[in-house]
Design a protein around this ligand. Structure first.
Ligand SMILES: *Cc1c(COP(=O)(O)O)cnc(C)c1O
Length: 331
């Protein structure tokens, strides 16, 4: 089965399972799990941030990040379509009493920063206090330019607000923009990265920021029940993917391009958009339904017309997918 529904659907490799089975562990709530500590130090060094915190999911990582930046009655500016607004159960509002100020993104996945500025509330008791701007990179596969992120940084400096990055697919963005992790991380006060997307770890995300910020996030992690004990078992998988699977993400981008090209021939190139490891298809729903059935009959699983490449989709899979797609044109 080739499963393109999401890049969360990977299974740990045999090598990864072995590393996990052998992992040295301790009680991480005591700060004594050597593997978790190594993972956090490794990630902090890789991104050039002061400190890092291993957490159960990207949702928890973003939640802790927003709560560490904002208090009750504060506000964060976020995209309407951002994960941190639409897809995290309203956690910041529910658990932090933090109000989102959602704004539309432009077609290229960026905010109009003038619109952001106009939505930063003046210091007046009628308004919530705007404390934070959240960006997402990649967003629907689209990577952000360094210029844009630096412009967002300048804006945040001007208004003395924080800048958080939901970097669930941080390394896809770095590779796409040919930036080092440190260059991509530099504009941000805090960053969340997912280990369990295309990198292929079974569990976990990492929140990064200043020492003080991570200290506060650690307290919040305990509060939401996210303190884990011998977490080295799963953290070992995370460390493994950070040391083995970053460079290969470029293969996912190449595979997405190959599949997008095939789809473009099958339909029309204007109906297909590839961005990093994702392919978006804009065809009429009936045809898409037929295509989905055709693929499923050949052991290829997709759901919505967004197909995602990952660790478990190799060259042979792409070759097979291309020929199955080409058969569809002949129906
Ligand atoms: C997957 C994802 C998250 C959250 O990750 P979970 O581990 O599923 O909670 C956050 N942001 C983006 C953009 C994501 O794609």
């Amino acid at each position: 089965m080739i499963d393109l529904r999401s890049d969360t659907l990977t299974s740990p490799t045999t090598q990864m399972r072995e590393v996990m089975a052998q992992a040295a562990v301790g009680d991480d709530v005591y700060g004594e799990d050597p593997t978790v500590n190594r993972l956090e130090e490794f990630a902090a060094q890789l991104l050039g941030m002061q400190a890092a915190l291993y957490v159960s999911s990207g949702t928890q990582s973003n939640l802790l990040g927003i709560m560490a930046h904002c208090g009750r009655g504060d506000e964060y500016i976020v995209a309407q379509a951002a994960h941190t607004y639409r897809l995290e159960g309203g956690g910041a509002a529910v658990l932090g009493g933090i109000q989102p100020q959602p704004l539309d993104l432009q077609a290229d996945g960026t905010f109009d920063l003038d619109v952001v500025a106009a939505n930063i509330k003046p210091d007046n008791f009628h308004f919530a206090k705007t404390r934070l701007l959240c960006l997402e990179n990649t967003h629907a596969g689209i990577s952000l330019s360094l210029d844009y992120m630096q412009a967002a940084r300048s804006l945040c400096d001007k208004y003395s607000i924080g800048l958080h990055l939901d970097g669930a697919r941080f390394f896809n963005a770095a590779i796409d923009r040919q930036l080092t992790p440190k260059q991509l991380a530099a504009p941000f006060d805090s960053i969340s990265i997912c280990l369990s997307k295309g990198l292929g770890a079974p569990v976990g995300s990492i929140l990064l920021g200043s020492k003080e910020f991570i200290k506060e996030s650690r307290r919040l992690r305990k509060m939401v029940g996210g303190g884990m004990r011998q977490a080295g078992i799963i953290a070992a998988g995370g460390l493994h993917v950070l040391t083995h699977n970053i460079d290969r993400l470029i293969e996912d981008h190449r595979n997405a391009a190959t599949i997008a090209h095939t789809l473009g021939e099958l339909f029309d190139h204007s109906q297909v958009r590839q961005a990093t490891n994702m392919v978006h298809l804009d065809i009429d729903p009936e045809t898409y339904k037929r295509l989905r059935k055709h693929l499923f009959a050949h052991d290829i699983k997709v759901d919505r017309p967004r197909w995602v490449m990952h660790l478990d989709v190799d060259d042979a899979d792409v070759t097979r997918l291309v020929s199955v797609l080409q058969e569809f044109s002949e129906l």
